[in-house]
Design a protein around this ligand. Structure first.
Ligand SMILES: C[S@@+](CC[C@H](N)C(=O)[O-])C[C@H]1O[C@@H](n2cnc3c(N)ncnc32)[C@H](O)[C@@H]1O
Length: 277
């Protein structure tokens, strides 16, 4: 069962900002002219990257008047995308201090820091007052959160009545032993993957009602097939990519993800739920 220290240790890199800066330079750019689209390959740490973010967040009806919570924001790629696309304000919270400090710099580099605030917080014990956010979402975070009822209760508390919450997580599709390491855990004790039924029960128990559900298994398999084709034709990793975040075990983690999804054990799933007025 992952705790805060295990999570921060798992995702901690040590020299993340330097690694990203080197990647930007390899693109022929600098922190003065880098754009959010340049950063997307490294700062969208979920299956399908930016394409998946867009398809997921577009369901939440976010507009420029909204204050949005990005739960487990990582480097804040989703936060920057949301602020840029919808013109909203975003607060991102994450357990990994290195991601939050690097994410703040990335927001400054692309001049979105005035509208995005990133902070180190635990999603199951948020400091924000009740009814603070118009929308909340999380992408690929719940696999590290054992206590889904507390997570759902916190989301319900901080979202305003009439507000929506979106979840895009890797969920358990059937029983069976997963192959590790995976991107969110080196071993089974770092993983808390749950079924869509468990998420839905937690959301409903908290008070939400479900408005949409979409299994993204086929999308994921196509995404990985495309990725493998690109890797086969490339002479090495691209300047910026998730290999920077996943480190030396990146290729085995991706291979195991493909295996776990292909065997029908895991699938990325989107859930959208609403807090009644
Ligand atoms: C796979 S990354 C996804 C990051 C980001 N959502 C994205 O899609 O790029 C999972 C993130 O969840 C964060 N996390 C895990 N458990 C958390 C918790 N209880 N509260 C806040 N963040 C958490 C980790 O620190 C990590 O940054």
């Amino acid at each position: 069962m992952p705790d805060a220290r295990t999570v921060a240790q798992h995702y901690g890199h040590g020299e993340l900002v330097d690694a990203i800066r080197r990647g930007i330079e390899r693109l022929g750019k600098s922190v003065a002219d880098v754009q959010i689209d340049d950063l997307a390959p490294v700062d969208e740490f979920h299956v399908g990257g930016r394409i998946a973010t867009e398809a997921f967040l577009d369901q939440l009806g976010i507009d420029e008047s909204h204050h949005v919570l990005d739960v487990g924001c990582g480097l804040g790629g989703g936060s920057r995308f949301a602020a840029h696309r919808y013109g909203c304000r975003v607060t991102g919270v994450d357990l990994t201090p290195e991601y939050v400090s690097a994410g703040k710099l990335l927001c400054e580099w692309v001049t979105l820091d005035a509208r995005i605030q990133l902070q180190v917080e635990d999603a199951t014990a948020l400091p924000q007052r009740a009814d603070t956010f118009d929308r909340a979402y999380m992408m690929h975070v719940g696999m590290n959160v054992a206590d889904k009822p507390s997570l759902a209760a916190e989301l319900y508390r901080v979202v305003k009545p009439g507000g929506r919450v979106g979840i895009y997580d890797i969920m358990k599709s059937s029983d069976g032993e997963l192959t590790f390491p995976v991107p969110w855990a080196m071993r089974p004790d770092g993983s808390s993957v749950s079924s869509p039924a468990t998420y839905k029960a937690a959301l409903e128990e908290a008070g939400f009602h479900l408005v949409a559900e979409r299994d993204r298994r086929e999308f994921a398999l196509e995404f990985f097939a495309d990725l493998q084709a690109k890797v086969a034709h490339a002479s090495g990793p691209p300047p910026l990519g998730l290999h920077i975040l996943m480190g030396e075990t990146a290729s085995v983690k991706v291979k195991n993800m493909i295996e776990n999804i292909s065997r029908g054990l895991l699938a990325p799933v989107e859930l959208v739920a609403e807090k009644r007025r």
